[in-house]
Design a protein around this ligand. Structure first.
Ligand code: GLA
Ligand code: ZN
Length: 675
């Protein structure tokens, strides 16, 4: 289910409840929204105290009036349920809604996103208000989408949550013996006699039982998903069949977003990249990879729900977005498969903690601000390219990114407790594919991997039951696999595999990992090319952090280590298996290695690149498609203007001029008829 739209959404969080005593300001907002090409706003995210100022006393008229007035001007509404922040009366009357932290301290009233998702009182109160909102406003023609709560996150260790955790464990393990065996509790004599003895992880109690930590994180996701379902259910009971979204956060580690996304019709996320901290191209890779994760969660268009029109007020340095960056960031979302790019927020708060956070309309309030003009410009561009709405992004390559595996790997005390650099490793793969203009999906271990031509497994520490078999059949049928060090080490409950690793894939990869060396920050080793190697690679590359010592069991070594007692041991290997090929990268090699290596692998494969010429530094090429059309989107995140590499076949221009130099932060879109 998608929301009703034939245009790309442009708008943002709007908090008119802060301005009800200023009708002149509300009027001005409407005028400026219209002028800036905003066609959607999110209402009600933090309005609970205004919607229900006292328990059971509902005041929705102000909201209904605003929705009417927006609708008259063609502005749609994304209507939020208000559970992201609770009114004071609720906390006072029902203290059980206040979260308890891992040290078992219950919080006082304050801030937001800090409720107990198990609490029956919180569930009851959210259900009542959601139902009423749906009954009163859910059928308004101006309302197109539900925005459930805000940035779900965090965890609660209260007695109610402990009880729910034990029930969840009982359902999962059935017997305590089974749990003991899967959790390896015999270690340090921590065997449980009954489920009632289990406590959530705590620095004051059990912090190092990794399987407990892992199951706790899974439980937190399950409980959050359950609360999300509960909120949606109330909206449905109120008679609304509109699609639902929830706004997610950049590679947030507190929840397994693949599981949360199952509850949603549309994924949306809030993006706050730190532009200008490093080269824009680097920021763009990181932001682009997160867009691709969000799109991959459901394999369809998503929304950029929040982004800042200029600087935030919570990053360590509040850097203004340089001219052009607002458009470039909004368009990057669209390029990667979003059907809308929205802001936080429309009008800047007058007081409290976000009063200096950037907004479409600032405290000055005029139209003649740089930021407002850039918003207007972005609005015009989105109108010009509205035919992209609903088009899909398809990828031939996928990077396996699985939250359970990341949780287990980063929690385990192992080869490098100073940092495993997992996110950077994902990015090394990602940028190498993107430098060739390839779209990239991120897939968890439950995803359908067979539809891809190339599968990357960077530091895929956990192999869940059945995963190795599925990878095996992927390679057998002609797929290309690139696995790295620290893959296939542990099972679903973080028990190490016996009998050799990467578990289940030693014959597919033609190697066995024997030992792994952790390197100090200042240490380096080298990848030295083997003479006459099959990829014709001839230079050596630096590697750091972790060096896997592998023995060859059928694979060939294309690179070997250059230093230390394992000088001469394999560093890059290749094995053919079935109709496919399986590569193994044994250490955390520098970016350049991944770029050169992956380019050669792709060129030897049947994977099609949108352009064959070398893509200039910083130029992003992304492709969206409908049944009939292919759109190729070029964005320049580099430091200087660039000429676009030619595409194969006829093309029409949708935006910009492909024959001219593309300015920094500039945009060109061309389209090709697929038939
Ligand atoms: C988050 C929240 C918003 C706002 C912004 C500020 O994304 O959802 O309510 O606080 O951050 O950047
Ligand atoms: Zn709780």
């Amino acid at each position: 289910m998608h929301f009703r739209t034939d245009k790309l959404l442009h708008g943002g969080d709007y908090n008119p409840e802060q301005w009800l005593d200023r009708p002149d300001i509300l009027e001005k907002d409407l005028e400026m929204l219209e002028q800036s090409g905003c066609n959607a706003v999110t209402l009600g995210v933090f309005s609970w105290a205004m919607l229900e100022p006292e328990e059971g006393a509902f005041h929705f008229q102000w909201l209904a009036d605003i929705i009417d007035r927006l609708y008259e001007r063609g502005i749609s509404v994304i209507l939020a349920t208000p559970s992201g922040a609770r009114p004071r009366w609720l906390a006072e009357r029902y203290p059980q809604v206040l979260r308890v932290d891992a040290e078992r301290r219950r919080s006082l009233f304050g801030i937001r996103h800090n409720h107990c998702y198990t609490s029956p009182a919180y569930r009851e109160k959210t259900a009542i208000i959601n139902r009423k909102l749906a009954e009163t406003l859910g059928k308004h023609p101006g309302v197109i989408l539900w925005h459930i709560s805000n940035e779900y996150g965090g965890e609660c260790h209260c007695p109610l949550c402990q009880e729910a955790f034990r029930t969840w464990l009982k359902n999962k393990y059935k017997t305590i013996d089974n749990l003991n065996s899967r959790w390896c509790t015999m270690f340090w004599s921590h065997t449980y006699q009954s489920f009632d003895q289990i406590e959530s992880p705590s620095p004051m109690g059990e912090p190092y039982l990794h399987a407990l930590n892992l199951d706790w994180k899974r439980f937190v996701t399950a409980q959050t998903a359950d609360f999300l379902r509960h909120e949606i259910q109330a909206v449905r009971e109120g008679g609304s069949e509109l699609p639902v979204t929830a706004n997610l956060m950049h590679f947030y580690k507190g929840l397994d977003y693949f599981k949360i996304a199952r509850e949603l019709d549309i994924v949306s996320w809030d993006t706050y990249p730190t532009w200008h901290k490093e080269a824009a191209a680097e920021t763009a890779y990181d932001n682009g990879m997160c867009h691709d994760l969000m799109r991959s969660l459901k394999g369809k268009p998503f929304l950029q729900m929040e982004s800042c029109p200029t600087s935030t007020n919570w990053q360590s340095v509040s850097k203004l977005k340089r001219p052009g960056v607002l458009l470039a960031q909004s368009l990057q979302a669209i390029a990667h498969g979003a059907d809308g790019a929205l802001y936080f927020q429309i009008r800047q708060n007058r007081g409290a903690s976000e009063k200096f956070h950037g907004a479409v309309i600032d405290h000055y309030g005029g139209k003649d601000t740089r930021v407002f003009q850039e918003v207007c410009h972005t609005g015009r561009v989105l109108q010009d390219i509205h035919e992209l709405t609903g088009s899909q992004v398809t990828s031939q390559v996928a990077i396996v990114y699985d939250q359970d595996s990341q949780w287990a790997m980063e929690d385990s005390q192992g080869p490098r407790n100073k940092g495993l650099h997992y996110h950077e490793t994902l990015l090394k793969f990602y940028r190498s594919f993107r430098k060739l203009g390839l779209n990239v999906d991120l897939a968890d271990m439950d995803c359908d991997i067979q539809k891809y031509k190339l599968l990357a497994l960077p530091m895929c520490y956990m192999f869940k039951e059945g995963f190795a078999e599925r990878v095996r059949s992927f390679v057998k049928q002609g797929g290309i696999l690139i696995a790295t060090y620290w893959s296939g080490i542990a099972d679903d409950t973080d028990r190490c595999y016996l009998g050799g690793v990467p578990y289940g894939l030693m014959d597919v990869l033609g190697i066995r990992s024997m030992e792994i060396d952790g390197l100090y920050d200042w240490e380096e080793n080298r990848f030295v090319p083997a003479d006459g190697n099959a990829l014709k690679m001839s230079r050596s590359y630096m590697c750091r952090n972790l060096c896997d010592l592998v023995e060859l069991r059928g694979a060939e070594a294309l690179f070997t280590y250059g230093e230390d007692f394992y000088k001469g041991y394999p560093a890059l290997t290749r094995n053919s298996y079935g109709r496919g090929n399986a590569w193994y990268v044994a250490s955390d090699a520098e970016n350049k290695f991944y770029e050169d290596f992956i380019e050669r692998v792709i060129d030897q494969s049947s994977i099609q690149r949108p352009v064959m010429e070398r893509i200039p530094e910083g130029l992003e090429i992304t492709t969206r498609e409908t049944e009939r059309m292919r759109y190729i989107i070029y964005q320049n995140f580099g430091a200087k203007p660039v000429l676009l590499p030619p595409v194969q076949g006829d093309a029409e221009t949708l935006y910009g001029d492909p024959a001219e130099e593309l300015s920094v932060y500039g945009l060109v879109i061309i389209k090709q008829n697929k038939q």
